[in-house]
Design a protein around this ligand. Structure first.
Ligand code: HEM
Length: 472
C-alpha cells in the first residue's frame, strides 16, 4: 500500500493554528489539548499544516508505540540546544544515540540506583527543614524549595558533587545559569523569527546564550577535570561517601572509568552530564509540585499515603532503605496517577526518516509526528469514564487499568524511553515519605492552569498550605 492510498481518508485538523500565537506557552497548551480531543474523536490520527511543516498528530497507544520505536530521530526544535548539550542522550542524533544508550543503560541498573538512596534521604530531610519556615503561614508556591532540592539530588548523584568541599557550585552560579538558559530557550522557541539562525545570530539573545553556556561548560569542565585527575592518580578511586557511610559512584565517575574501547571524549562526557542534569532536575521537581497540590486536594488520598509510610517505617526517625521503598505501592500509584493526568512531556515529537505503517494510515517519510501523550492518558475509551478524575487506586488493581499498557507513556515508550524512570520513582518516594511524615498539605486542584514551556508547567493555582503533622 502506498502512503497516498493509505492516507486517502486522513483528515486535516479543524483546529485553527495561529503560528505567532502558537509560540505563547498558555496558548500552545490550549491548542495541544484541542488537537488531542479532536484527534481521539476522529480516529486517533490527524494532520495539520504549520507554515512549511506538515505535522501528524497521533493518540492511539499502538501507533504511539510504533512511532516511538520506528522514529528515533527527534524534531528540529531539539537542535536549539545543540550548542549547549551537543550529542547528550536526550537530544542525540541516532547513530551516536545508539552507541551511547547501551553504555548509559548500565549506569541506571537497579544496583547503581540503590546506592543513591543515601543522597535521597539526606536531601529530603533538608527539604523538610527548609519548609518549616512556611508551616502554618498560609498559601505559598513551593517551586523554589522543590527545585533547589531536586537540583541538589541531581548534582550529587549525576556529578558526584558533595555539599562540602571546594567544588560547591550547586545552587549558585551553575544553577542560576541553568535556569536562565531554560528561560532563554523557551523565549527563543516562542519567537518565530528567532528560529532563523541568521536573525538569531545578530540578536542580544544569542550573546546571552553564549555567556550562559560558557558558565555551564566551564563549571562542568572543572568538575570533570578534577574527577579525572583524581581517578588517573588513583588518589580517591573516584568514590563519593554517602550519608550512610557507604560509597557510591556518581554517573560522572562511571563515564570517566569506561574501558578504552567505549571511552567518551572530554566533550562527550560534559555533554552527557549536562544533558542528564536537564533531564532529571526539572521533571522531578515539577512532578512533585503537582503531587503536593493533588494530595492537598484529596484528603483521603493523603491519609492513605501517610498511613502507608507510617506502617512501613514505624514510629522511629530511621533512614529510608531500599526495601522500604519497594513496599510503597500507594505512593507509586500517586506518582503514576499524577503523571497520567499531568505528564511533564505531554507532547513527544519525532521525525520520520522513512514511511512508517500505523494501524490505519502511513506516516510518510520526511514528516514530523506529535505523539499526544497527555490526550491519550485521559482518553475515557482507554481509562474509563473517570479518566479525568485523580484516582491513584486505579493503579492498585490491574483490572481497572487499560488492557493496553502503552496507554501510559509519561516516561515515553520504546527504545528512547526515559533512562531515569526507576531512579526518579525511588527519589520521589523518598521525598514524599519525609514530607508526609512531617506535614499536612492543603491545595486546590480546581484552580490549576498550565502552560507548555518546553515541558508542561504550572501557570497558576500551585499554591499550597502546610501545617506540622502529629504522627499519631
Ligand atoms: C518525573 C520524572 C521524569 C519524567 C516524567 C521523565 C520523562 C521523560 C520523557 C517523556 C522522556 C522522553 C523525552 C523525549 O522523547 O523528548 C525522557 C527521556 C530521558 N530521561 Fe526522563 N523523566 C524523568 C526523570 C528523569 C531522571 C531523574 C533522569 C536521569 C537521572 C532522566 C533521564 C532521561 C534521559 C537521559 C532521557 C533521554 C533518553 C533517550 O533519548 O534515550 N529522566 N524522560
Amino acid at each position: 500500500m502506498t502512503s497516498f492510498d493509505a492516507n486517502a481518508q486522513l483528515q486535516r485538523t479543524s483546529v485553527k493554528l495561529n503560528a505567532p500565537l502558537l509560540y505563547r506557552t498558555t496558548y500552545s497548551w490550549r491548542v495541544i489539548q484541542k488537537f488531542g480531543k479532536e484527534c481521539i474523536a476522529k480516529g486517533d490520527v490527524l494532520y495539520g499544516v504549520l507554515g512549511p511543516f506538515k505535522i501528524y498528530v497521533i493518540t492511539d497507544p499502538d501507533d504511539i508505540y510504533t512511532v516511538s520505536n520506528a522514529c528515533l530521530k527527534k524534531i528540529w526544535a531539539y537542535d536549539l540546544s545543540k550548542p549547549w548539550l551537543g550529542e547528550a542522550l536526550i537530544r542525540a542524533d541516532v547513530p551516536i544515540w545508539k552507541k551511547h544508550r547501551k553504555i548509559i543503560n548500565r549506569a541506571f541498573v537497579q544496583d547503581v540506583i540503590d546506592q543513591f538512596i543515601g543522597v535521597f534521604n539526606k536531601e529530603s530531610k533538608l527539604l523538610v527543614k527548609d519548609l518549616i519556615a512556611k508551616a502554618g503561614r498560609g498559601p505559598f508556591n513551593p517551586v523554589d524549595y522543590l527545585g533547589n532540592r531536586a537540583m541538589e539530588i541531581t548534582f550529587q548523584t549525576v556529578m558526584g558533587i558533595s555539599d562540602s568541599g571546594d567544588d560547591v557550585i550547586h545552587n549558585h552560579e551553575y544553577s542560576r545559569a541553568l535556569q536562565s538558559l531554560f528561560n532563554l530557550y523557551a523565549q527563543r522557541f516562542q519567537s518565530l523569527w528567532m528560529h532563523s539562525p541568521f536573525l538569531y545570530n545578530f540578536s542580544s539573545l544569542k550573546k546571552k546564550e553564549q555567556d550562559l553556556i560558557s558558565i555551564l561548560h566551564r563549571t562542568s569542565d572543572k568538575i570533570i577535570q578534577k574527577k579525572k585527575a583524581a581517578y588517573e592518580k588513583r588518589l580517591d578511586n573516584s568514590d563519593t561517601i554517602n550519608t550512610s557511610g557507604k560509597t557510591f559512584k556518581a554517573f560522572l565517575d562511571l563515564l570517566i572509568e569506561l574501558p578504552p574501547e567505549e571511552a567518551y571524549t572530554d566533550k562527550e562526557i560534559r555533554e552527557e552530564v549536562d544533558g542528564m542534569v536537564v533531564a532529571a532536575a526539572d521533571t522531578s521537581a515539577t512532578t512533585l509540585r503537582s503531587i503536593l497540590v493533588l494530595i492537598g486536594s484529596y484528603p483521603e488520598v493523603q491519609n492513605r499515603a501517610f498511613e502507608e509510610v507510617k506502617e512501613i517505617l514505624g514510629s522511629t526517625d530511621r533512614e529510608i532503605e531500599k526495601h522500604d521503598l519497594h513496599k510503597m505501592v500507594y505512593l507509586e500509584a500517586i506518582i503514576k496517577e499524577t503523571l497520567r493526568m499531568y505528564p511533564t512531556g505531554p507532547v513527544q515529537p519525532r521525525y520520520a526518516t522513512e514511511d512508517v505503517q500505523l494501524k490505519n494510515y502511513v506516516l510518510p517519510a520526511g514528516t514530523n509526528c506529535f505523539m499526544l501523550v497527555a490526550a491519550m492518558q485521559r482518553n475515557p475509551d482507554l481509562w474509563g469514564p473517570d479518566a479525568n478524575v485523580f484516582r491513584p487506586e486505579r493503579w492498585l488493581d490491574p483490572s481497572t487499568l487499560p488492557e493496553n499498557s502503552n496507554a501510559f507513556a509519561a516516561f515515553s515508550l520504546g527504545k528512547r524511553v526515559c533512562v531515569g524512570k526507576a531512579y526518579t520513582l525511588l527519589s520521589m518516594k523518598t521525598t514524599l515519605s519525609y514530607l508526609l511524615l512531617n506535614y499536612h498539605f492543603t491545595g486546590d486542584d480546581t484552580k490549576l492552569t498550565h502552560k507548555l514551556d518546553i515541558m508542561l508547567k504550572p501557570a497558576s493555582g500551585y499554591e499550597i498550605t502546610i501545617t506540622k503533622r502529629n504522627r499519631d
